[in-house]
Design a binder for this molecule. Structure first.
Ligand code: BG6
Length: 528
């Protein structure tokens, strides 16, 4: 996000080594995003991409397999631009779980870098590793990278080459662990090979424009911060709703110990969005500043006790659709119904700090819900007294006017402020108050093309800018918040079924109703 000039990070070419080159993520996101960067002239000249997986293939065969994906998933496909980019893409067959694949891999990286003229003065190239493989391969691959001696940065004390100025970085995909213990183990494995500054734990939500805009909205304007605390804010909601089901991913991911809505969405994406809403202003808006505020925030989270869990969390899974055409989650291919994996999770979190003590943060995410929507809703406390009610004029909301800021992250990007206003009209009809919206639509206000989140994130890693990535303590802090819900057997046993197309199970509404609140469930016509 920050410019190289601002961070002191230079943009040097490198060899990007993608482990898991035949996988879905590589085809749908990584290669199309890299192509886009190249088409826009943003990929440093000389950069090479090396796909690694077990399937035997030549460079040309790999390129041919990638072409349809680039056509389908890139923002703008241009034959000439693809041909140019394809020449930068190479392929190395090999089983990356096996250490003996790494000798040939190291030689290939060196040869490609030499051919591209991007060897650094010490004779090594810069390398960006991308782990786009099944999570059980993460630790073996990291170990193999280390054992092959590919990482020299930060290990200069044992380097025989004092002139080596190359860097090596690694991007790690989610799921980052399946619980606190496995995430901590993965962090230790990474730490044995890479310096923390070289580790890029990716979260594609942090690449979304409006997620980044939360910090800008808060810290570049003076009108929000004075209100952004327990004295004025009643509650905060973060929702990520999807209309799709689990599709074909049940057996490989969603219905495994690393899957389910809490791990898949809440622990990762939603807590990150929440963090940007709730952190203190960093002293300097750079990676270290942002990360340290997020860590401080997570350290103040009130960890739910076993007794708290039933009122602080709800799990659900979708039933069959009304027409009977589509199965319930329990009947999806590859699902073991006895695991009771949740396709919907709602949790309530509090932070015991000066700014937020006593303010509930409600997070929910689910598959097959009413609409595709990601939003943050900050609800303010009602006015201290309602003089209009004393005159017999009803306010728009039952419990008094609730001013709300809604930050729309998807499908459209915008910020709106819900407030009460006087309905225009003469005295004959009497004073009427209704709720209305002040609306800022980012694409209308600022224009610009929508960019797939992965491209800018990868570019940040090439620059060495971690502001949109996660520190090891953040990841572990987020797991710590989720642990009580994962461990509570009753929560999973009591999993509720909800109808596809609804807003989730009744228990989710009840969780808020018990505290006199309700979810913000926009109608389709309220969405942009
Ligand atoms: C991924 C999850 O990280 O995010 C998926 O694994 C989910 O289950 C996806 O569908 C949602 O992303 P987005 O950008 O469409 O909200």
């Amino acid at each position: 996000m920050a410019t190289p000039a601002a961070t002191g990070n230079s943009v040097e070419p490198c060899v990007i080594v993608i482990f898991g080159a035949s996988g879905d993520l590589t085809h749908r996101k990584l290669i199309p995003s890299l192509y886009e960067l190249d088409r826009q002239g943003l990929l440093p000249a000389g950069t090479r991409v090396l796909g690694v997986s077990r399937t035997p293939m030549t460079d040309d065969q790999f390129r041919e397999k990638l072409a349809p994906s680039v056509r389908q998933f890139s923002a703008r496909y241009e034959t000439g631009a693809w041909r140019t980019f394809a020449q930068r893409v190479h392929y190395q067959p090999g089983d990356s779980a096996q250490g003996d694949s790494f000798g040939p891999l190291a030689r290939r990286v060196h040869d490609l870098a030499q051919g591209a003229g991007i060897l650094k003065p010490g004779g090594s190239p810069n390398m960006l590793f991308y782990l786009s493989v099944s999570p059980e391969l993460y630790e073996p691959i990291i170990g193999n990278i280390g054992a092959a001696g590919l990482v020299t940065e930060g290990r200069r004390w044992c380097s025989i080459n004092p002139h080596d100025s190359s860097w090596q970085r690694i991007i790690v995909e989610k799921p980052f662990g399946a619980d606190l213990a496995s995430a901590a183990s993965l962090n230790r494995a990474l730490g044995r090979v890479f310096e923390e500054e070289a580790i890029f734990r990716i979260d594609h939500y942090l690449g979304k424009e409006l997620v980044q805009n939360i910090a800008v909205m808060r810290f570049a304007n003076s009108i929000f911060e004075p209100l952004w605390n327990r004295n004025h804010v009643d509650s905060v909601q973060v929702t990520a709703a999807e209309t799709v089901g689990v599709g074909t991913r049940a057996a490989t991911y969603y219905d495994t110990p690393a899957g389910g809505a809490l791990r898949d969405m809440v622990q990762s994406h939603l807590l990150q969005v929440l963090a940007l809403v709730a952190i203190e202003p960093p002293g300097v808006f750079d990676a270290a500043g942002i990360m340290s505020e997020k860590i401080k925030l997570f350290n103040t989270a009130v960890i739910a006790s076993e007794g708290d869990v039933p009122r602080c969390a709800v799990f659900g899974r979708y039933g069959p659709d009304a027409a009977g055409g589509e199965p319930a989650y329990a009947g999806e291919k590859g699902v073991d119904p006895s695991r009771r994996t949740e396709t919907f999770a709602a949790i309530r979190v509090e932070f015991d700090n000066w700014r937020w003590a006593g303010v509930p943060f409600y997070l929910r995410s689910g598959k097959k819900l009413a609409t595709k929507l990601t939003e943050v809703v900050v609800t303010f406390r009602p006015a201290p007294t309602n003089m209009f009610r004393k005159l017999g004029v009803p306010s728009a909301a039952g419990r008094g006017s609730l001013n709300r800021i809604v930050i729309n992250i998807a499908p459209s990007e915008g910020i709106s402020l819900r407030m009460d206003g006087k309905v225009p009209g003469g005295a004959a009809g009497g004073l009427k108050i209704a709720s209305a919206k002040l609306d800022l639509d980012f694409s209308k206000a600022f224009g610009g093309e929508q960019i797939e989140a992965y491209g800018p994130l990868i570019l940040d890693a090439i620059k060495g800018d971690r502001s949109l990535y996660k520190h090891r303590d953040e990841v572990e802090g987020a797991w710590r918040i989720c642990e009580p819900f994962l461990r509570h057997a009753g929560l999973r046993e009591g999993i509720e079924t909800y109808s596809p197309g609804s807003w989730g199970p009744p228990g989710s509404d009840l969780m808020l109703a018990r505290e006199g609140r309700e979810w913000h469930n926009p109608r389709a016509d309220e969405l942009r």
